[in-house]
Design a protein around this ligand. Structure first.
Ligand code: GLN
Ligand code: ZN
Length: 765
């Protein structure tokens, strides 16, 4: 019998229980015990669900209160001193590393003020991990034994699990040297780290674990020779230790073939690879695995929500069985299911036809089990038949095809994707329109989304508030944000985005060709979850999507208000895309819809339009090569298609966050002004990379993921550092990103300090 495996299950709970519990704890409303209890309940629920679905290999330690990479940093004591010096409980240290902590002194406790560690996108997904940061006074040791505790917890329920840990090479390679330790190459820490892995693995074995899953997703990247050597070294080392569980080395999100040499002859019991994303690696990896090693065939998509094609997947797995024998093949999810919503059954409003095309994490459990049964010769004919008819129905669905959209995409030409004049000329025409001072200040778009906003939006969605009443409420929020910005004297204003639940979903809901869920939450980072809309068919814009709010905001102030849109690549990347046409086509469809919106905004008198592309970097194919170069071209072109329909006088802004950006790629967008996440970079080399960026740029000056308020002096120091490399004439002053997750108090203070700092420099120049 071929076994089934799930590499990890979403940990947010079916109704976002983890978010609610975590935030209540952060706000001091509940105790640590309450939070730990909710965690435990979610884990139990997840294991039982998988057991009942018939999954053979179930993960443990896939749970986390914040991030699984951060958990490892705490486990291995990779905790920079700035977090330990306050003697906080371990859970609070973890949260401080994840999100920063600022607390006023009380009678019994001193003040705490520490920024968060850098947060980075997890490969090409919209999940963010907290970057392991290796400081000078590093002393590796085990802090507790989370993986063992959770293994035992499952065991006590009668469920034997396979604990999962990020493997040593990926853990180090995804990390970075801390500011005080910049010469360090994290990979050089391997020798110190391996004994700790061994210790925790031995403890797992002693607790009864027969097998562990070590995730090495970095194997899908272009790895330098020393990192490839580290893979060999690490797993050879484990092979020499006694009393370890069996190791399945798992990789996903791409092909491992360019790094295959480092995997040959490793003393591991098996491998897991992702054949959804990289079916082409099949022959090569089969030729490379050893005589007795198992192959876990990742065939149920951990990154998307489309129903699996059982016939296709089964015949793929059959090929593996033909080569290796049934006892060496496992049917698995391609990656952890962390990236998919929990349960399709929670979607009561979804169109029944569409629902029949989708599969969320809970449904995917059934999929791995059914495929495993099918390839083992068990009778699953009813499931196969239902599946085949759903697949056929989707291919022929009227939701999907729209000839007008297809024709418009094929009519895109160079003229449509080029501004009328090059940047210097546009700038000359824009300057008299805007008359901005040096160091113009602005924000990225959203302002705090208060409880009041959410309550009113809910009421409106439930029909308890009329469209008129809701519009009135939104306008009052816009007015509040405008007055606030005037009061603290920002130069370029925004309307604050109170009408938007999410920057992609909001537009998705207004575009034809999209479906959206009511409860399809996916963790993005920490307690921040997103509800990606689903691209089901050809995309078009039935009517204007954002003009009303922008026009209202502009009508109540003399300052310029930026129109605010989400770019085509970000709409694509933060949606579940179609898997039946390529992503480039989907991006162009979105670009055309947005182009109409940009032009409508201009026609309505909006003179600055920001088109956000925070996801442009995450869409970059993980390896260098033809696919990546092509992406750089089409992604930039899609942005330009959206933004090039306007006159020279209209100023186009764009915004990016979270990742190491390539200035050349940003250059290709030809936006007049860009803002980039920067506050956690603190790196002279990174600033230098943008030195020759031709257009104007704002390097984000404070971290909006943290409630921490930087002082005016802190802003001045930051700006001074950047000014050493970057010219004042091109310098915009802004935060890292939108402020929607912040509270009003910290927002007011931070922005006030930021504006003060800008004025300080204005007086100097
Ligand atoms: N305009 C958006 C906002 O301010 C941008 C968000 C983002 O880049 N993630 O919320
Ligand atoms: Zn951003």
């Amino acid at each position: 019998m071929v076994q089934s495996a799930v590499l990890g299950f979403p940990r947010i709970g079916p109704n976002r229980e983890l978010k609610k519990a975590t935030e209540a704890y952060w706000n001091g409303k509940t105790s640590a015990e309450d939070l730990l209890k909710v965690g435990k309940e979610i884990r139990e629920q997840n294991w039982k669900l998988q057991k009942e679905a018939g999954v053979d290999i179930i993960a443990s330690n896939d749970f986390s209160f914040y991030d699984q990479v951060l958990d490892l940093s705490v486990l291995f004591n990779v905790i920079p001193e700035r977090y330990t010096k306050y003697q906080l409980p371990q859970l609070d240290v973890l949260f401080a590393m994840g999100r920063g902590l600022q607390r006023k002194a009380t009678d019994s406790e001193p003040a705490v003020d520490v920024t968060a560690l850098e947060m980075v996108k997890w490969f090409d997904s919209n999940y963010h991990y907290v970057r392991p940061t290796f400081g000078k006074n590093l002393s590796f040791k085990l802090n507790g034994q989370k993986p063992v505790d959770e293994f035992l917890e499952a065991k006590a329920l009668g469920i034997q699990t396979r604990p999962v840990l990020v493997g040593p090479v990926s853990y180090l390679y995804l990390g970075k040297a801390d500011k005080d330790n910049l010469e360090l190459d994290p990979i050089s820490l391997l020798d110190q780290l391996l004994p700790l892995y061994t210790e925790i693995l031995q403890k797992l074995a002693a607790a009864g674990a027969t097998e562990v899953q070590l995730d090495e997703p970095t194997l899908v990247l272009d790895l330098p020779a020393n990192v490839q050597a580290a893979v060999k070294k690490a797993y050879t080392y484990f092979g020499q230790q006694s009393n370890l569980p069996k190791i399945t080395l798992a990789s996903y999100f791409g092909t491992v073939v360019p790094n295959l040499e480092s995997l040959k002859n490793l003393p591991v019991s098996g491998f897991h690879f992702d054949f959804v994303r990289a079916p082409e690696q099949f022959n090569d990896v089969l030729a490379a695995i050893g005589q007795n090693q198992t192959l876990s065939v990742g065939i149920v998509d951990g990154r998307n929500i489309w129903k699996n094609n059982f016939a296709k997947s089964s015949s793929f797995v059959q090929q593996a069985i033909a080569k290796l024998g049934a006892e060496r093949v496992i049917v698995a999810t391609s990656s952890s299911l962390l990236h998919t919503p929990v349960d399709l059954e929670n979607e009561s409003k979804l169109d029944a036809e569409l629902k029949n095309y989708f599969s969320f994490a809970t449904q995917k459990l059934g999929e791995v089990v059914t495929i495993a049964k099918n390839v083992s010769g068990q009778d699953v004919s009813a499931a196969l038949q239902a599946n085949a008819s759903a697949i056929t129905a989707r291919a022929n669905s009227t939701f999907i095809n729209d000839q007008t959209v297809k024709d418009r995409v094929s009519s895109i030409d160079a003229k449509m994707s080029t501004r009328a004049a090059p940047f210097p000329q546009r700038l000359a025409e824009q300057q008299p329109v805007f008359n901005l001072p040096l160091f113009p200040t602005t924000t990225i778009g959203s302002f705090p989304q208060t409880k009041d906003i959410r309550i009113n939006r809910n009421k409106f969605n439930k029909g308890q508030l009329s469209a008129e009443e809701y519009e009135k409420f939104i306008n009052s929020e816009i007015e509040r944000v405008i007055r606030f910005q005037e009061e603290i004297d920002l130069d370029v204003l925004v309307h604050g985005e109170p009408e938007r639940n999410d920057m992609v979903q909001y537009f998705g809901e207004q575009l034809k060709g999209y479906a959206f869920t009511t409860n399809g939450w996916v963790q993005s980072y920490g307690s921040r979850y997103v509800r990606p809309p689903i691209i089901v068919g050809d995309l078009s814009r039935p009517k204007a999507m954002s003009v009303k709010e922008s026009v209202y905001a502009q009508s109540i102030t003399k300052k310029h208000v930026k129109g605010m849109l989400t770019g085509p690549i970000t709409c694509l990347r933060w949606s579940f895309p179609r898997d039946d046409i390529d992503q480039q086509t989907q991006a162009y469809q979105l670009a055309l819809a947005l182009r109409d919106e940009v032009n409508d905004l201009e026609a309505a008198g909006i003179k600055i339009i920001q088109v956000d592309e925070p996801a442009i970097r995450e869409g970059l194919p993980l390896r260098a090569g033809a696919e990546r170069s092509a992406y750089q071209v089409w992604a930039a072109e899609a942005f330009r298609v959206a933004t090039s329909g306007v006159s020279n006088k209209t100023q186009i802004h764009s915004h990016f966050c979270y990742s190491d950006l390539d200035p050349n790629h940003i250059k290709a967008l030809d936006a007049d002004v860009v803002s980039i996440e920067f506050s956690k970079k603190d790196d002279a080399n990174y600033i230098a990379e943008f030195k020759d960026y031709p257009n104007h740029i704002g390097l984000g000056l404070f971290d909006i993921h943290s409630p921490r308020v930087p002082s005016t002096q802190e802003f001045i120091t930051k700006i001074e550092t950047i000014l050493k490399t970057y010219p004042a004439e091109k310098f915009w002053v802004n935060p890292d990103c939108g402020l929607k997750t912040r509270g009003w108090d910290e927002t007011r203070e931070s922005l006030t300090h930021m504006v003060e700092a800008a004025k300080y420099f204005r007086n100097q120049y």
